[in-house]
Design a protein around this ligand. Sequence first.
Ligand code: AVI
Length: 320
Amino acid sequence: MNVLSRKISFHDFEPELESFREAVLKGLSRRQKQIPPKFFYDEIGSQLFEAILEQPEYYIPNVERDLLTAYANEISRLIEPGSVLIEPGSGSCEKVQLLLESLLPSAYVPMDISREFLKQSACGLSQKYPWLAIYPACLDFTQQMLLPHGIPHGRRVVFIPGSSLGNFDPPEVQHFLSGIHRLTGNGGGLLVGVDRKKDHSVLNAAYNDTAGISAEFNLNLLTRINSELEGNFDLDRFEHRAYYNDQRGRIEMHLVSSQVQQVRVSGQHFQFTKGEYIHTENSYKYSPDEFITLANASGFRLIKMWSDDLHLFSVYFLEA
Ligand code: AVI
């Protein structure tokens, strides 16, 4: 444990970073080329993602913020003060700030794989909320969900805003929710924001903003491969594509080759036909019934759901 300040106890679980090289070489060798979305988030990718959150078409942050603000008191009555609030993939720790003053947790455990970002966010949070005991945990929450030693006793409540669950494929999301159930134990809670199925044009616009930030975010993966893995992707020969796949209930993001070409990465060569693509992300959308069924199968029961008037997004509070 590393004490960053009187109220911050930093725990480094030393996440094993799945090698970017291994994942890219393996993914590009598959019949359907693919690269897992977690590799979007290098420094530039994280900045581009922050910029996506500001795009008018990407409704998720605004709708969720309005819901959390409007129902903060109601949420806090269900959670009760003194809980231990745990946030996997906490990033900039922005959303939790909408709740802290009404929830009054005894401790907050932000979890993130990005060590420096986690430290900075925890320090910023501590300055704003000097009363809050913070136990940042550096780990890859998709691989392990461990709690730091020394956290206070209290009801454990996991907070997953931003529809992050949507980026897991169905078998993984079930596994992840079951892991959360084990972490909170019976009586624990899960407060989660989930994007809903809706008019396809709204979904398609959210992942194809007119400012082109989503496209830059997607293409940055190739820039990252070029700089970190001695790649020679020509960004003018690949196009961003994102569309709602109705059958699968998900937005799919692809990088589409606009011509026949060969690309070199770490000394290996990969052929692309015209129109062939690298599958870079899925973002699943759930109707309330679908999500509640999924949560039930992992041992959670619904306590309350809040939605906006247009039924774009829902926040759920579930009990383990
Ligand atoms: C992080 N995640 C919830 C975002 C989403 O909507 O699936 C990632 C994203 N990809 C493109 N735009 C946003």
